[in-house]
Design a protein around this ligand. Structure first.
Ligand SMILES: NC(=O)c1ccc[n+]([C@@H]2O[C@H](COP(=O)([O-])OP(=O)(O)OC[C@H]3O[C@@H](n4cnc5c(N)ncnc54)[C@H](OP(=O)(O)O)[C@@H]3O)[C@@H](O)[C@H]2O)c1
Length: 244
């Protein structure tokens, strides 16, 4: 058997670690970050070019199962991989961590997209944007607000907003560091995608501690069948149905 893990998340890294030494398993990364962290399995990097390119890859590499551990907001790769696997009769499963839910003391405002997120923010807000580098153009409406944008790689592009700057950092972050950062920057609103998972949780706990309001962008809808909620369940499936 030969298993392809579609990666780009901490969970994909955990999955690779759990399958370390399995000769038939490999990970595919989009190449979105300049320096990906090491993985415990062989890695291929870069897009497949198209649905047909992905189908060709699966055929050429004799892939017998696909485990999609891409990010919950990476909806294009997920929809396409599922469709191609179904067409070729290759078993497909998704590892999809549960979304975050607010608890006591949280001041979350749930919105469907970036435009609605901007509309929630007061004109004089100091905003911490934790939504990633790739979708910054969706936040053009931020106007004159002071904005801090967290990115993994030191940016090559010009800062896209009138006031503020990039903050470079790679998750996971610790609660005391997040609290200190928001306080030092004078942040009074957080904008977050509902990615879920433990690695990104500290910023929300910091917001709770500091009583900061959070604009939470909801997940795009997608099929919920053939989905595992945690790495252990996905590993069980590999061991039972797609041993590598
Ligand atoms: N969206 C987020 O908020 C977010 C956050 C953290 C990490 N990521 C990771 O960053 C990557 C890109 O995210 P996105 O939102 O741009 O995805 P996307 O919109 O669903 O996919 C865009 C394109 O990226 C390529 N791609 C994505 N994942 C790939 C993988 N694992 N292996 C090979 N090619 C891949 C494909 O290119 P081709 O069409 O050329 O095959 C795909 O068409 C994903 O792997 C995702 O897990 C995304």
């Amino acid at each position: 058997m030969s298993l392809l893990i579609l990666g780009g998340t901490g969970e994909a890294r955990d999955l690779a670690a759990a399958l370390r030494g399995s000769p038939g398993a490999r990970v595919s990364l989009a190449g979105a970050t300049r320096q990906a962290l090491d993985l415990a399995l062989p890695v291929r990097r870069g897009g497949f070019g198209s649905a047909e390119g992905f189908a060709d890859y699966l055929r050429y590499e004799s892939i017998s199962a696909v485990l999609d551990a891409t990010h919950p907001f990476a909806v294009r790769i997920t929809a396409r991989s599922r469709a191609v696997c179904d067409r070729l009769g290759v078993p497909y499963r998704q590892l999809l961590r549960p979304p975050w839910a607010p608890g006591p003391g949280d001041r979350w405002h749930s919105v469907p997209d970036a435009k609605a997120a901007v509309a929630k923010l007061p004109p004089d807000a100091t905003v911490f944007l934790a939504t990633g580098r790739q979708t910054l153009d969706e936040f053009v409406g931020l106007g004159a607000r002071q904005v801090f944008v967290r990115v993994i790689d030191p940016p090559r592009a010009k800062f896209p907003f009138g006031r503020g700057r990039f903050i470079v950092g790679r998750p996971p972050f610790a609660l005391p560091d997040e609290t200190a950062l928001f306080t030092a920057l004078g942040v009074d609103w957080l904008v977050v995608k509902n990615s879920g998972g433990a690695r990104g949780w500290a910023k929300l706990e910091a917001a709770r501690t500091l009583r900061l309001p959070v604009v939470m962008i909801a997940r795009p809808p997608g099929p919920q069948d053939r989905t595992f909620r945690d790495v252990a369940a996905a590993v069980d499936w590999v061991r039972e149905e797609a041993p590598v």
